[in-house]
Design a protein around this ligand. Structure first.
Ligand SMILES: C[S@@+](CC[C@H](N)C(=O)[O-])C[C@H]1O[C@@H](n2cnc3c(N)ncnc32)[C@H](O)[C@@H]1O
Length: 287
């Protein structure tokens, strides 16, 4: 116990206070077998032997490959994957947005739309077809779609794409400049965010990452949506869920929750839609 506590302390302090960290690591080495080369606790009698560790690695690799095979099997047989292939969508995610849109009528010809976390592009493809006079994947487009993602996105005719991290100010500014240039400074009808952070499995860290993206999308919507506009965000059940629902209720006149049929039942993913920005009430002026 002493060793473990000391190692955690040493490694967490080490970055900010090197001399303090070194003293404690040195102390632990002499007590309980810490390799000073990498600050990790090395094997002791209570830890698996190299052979045991190898077996554990092999077992978990086997489990991993079973999980991959099961995922692949489910994916290939998934009706939405097949439908997406038939209908020319890049991802089954298109059907999540489709269900939300068919319920609420969010996307129409003439709309100005921002698609955050757009890659590989299924939501933009769906919006593009809805805004085309003939529902076409190419040709005339009535409205404007600006898509943004950390990763590259293969071009979709008529969709402007920006590659960058939405959390960065320079990327936000580029998005705003693009909207001003293309949309003449008009406010947006729809902001949709399917952005998903890499989840670590550590609940508090994941909740913070999810909240971060949702809060930025809400903030962006407050600045750029028409009063009657809408925001769609992906959210995960967990620590971030209730605070984000509250944020939506504080910001929008109407809030709807969706678990579209295309969203896998085992996934904690869910969608929130905010409709119509609430009027901002100015704080009372002190007399
Ligand atoms: C589930 S995918 C989106 C799928 C997309 N809606 C579609 O229909 O094809 C989530 C995307 O969010 C993007 N993303 C995550 N964090 C982001 C960030 N901070 N800025 C921009 N994109 C981000 C990821 O790169 C990923 O491509």
């Amino acid at each position: 116990m002493v060793c473990f506590g000391a190692v955690v302390f040493a490694s967490s302090r080490g970055k900010n206070n090197l001399s303090h960290g070194l003293i404690i690591v040195g102390l632990v080495v002499s007590i309980g077998g810490v390799d000073r080369r990498d600050n990790r606790v090395m094997k002791s009698n209570s830890r698996p032997s190299t052979e045991k560790a190898k077996k554990t690695d092999a077992d978990s690799a086997k489990r991993g490959s079973k999980v991959n095979k099961a995922w692949l099997h489910d994916h290939i047989n998934d009706p939405y994957v097949k439908l997406a292939q038939r209908e020319g969508y890049r991802a089954r995610a298109a059907y999540k947005l489709k269900e939300i849109d068919e319920n609420l009528g969010l996307i129409k010809p003439g709309c100005l739309v921002v698609d955050l976390g757009s890659t590989p592009g299924a939501w933009s493809q769906y919006a593009r077809r809805k805004m085309s006079p003939k529902g076409a994947a190419a040709g005339e487009l009535n409205g404007q779609i600006v898509a943004l993602d950390l990763l590259p996105m293969e071009q979709i005719e008529g969709v402007v794409f920006i590659q960058g991290d939405f959390r960065e100010l320079a990327v936000l500014q580029l998005l705003e400049q693009t909207l001003t240039a293309g949309g003449g400074g008009q406010k947006l009808d729809l902001v949709m965010s399917d952005m998903a952070p890499n989840l670590s499995g550590i609940e508090s860290a994941d909740a913070a990452r999810i909240s971060d993206l949702v809060e930025l999308a809400v903030d962006f919507s407050i600045q750029h949506l028409k009063t009657e506009g809408a925001l769609v965000v992906k959210l995960f059940h967990g620590g971030a869920y209730d605070p984000m629902v509250k944020l939506f209720k504080d910001t929008f006149a109407v809030v709807k929750r969706f678990k579209p049929k295309a969203s896998r039942p085992g996934s904690s993913e869910t969608f929130l839609v905010g409709l119509g920005l609430k009027k901002v009430v100015a704080p009372p002026v002190n007399s």
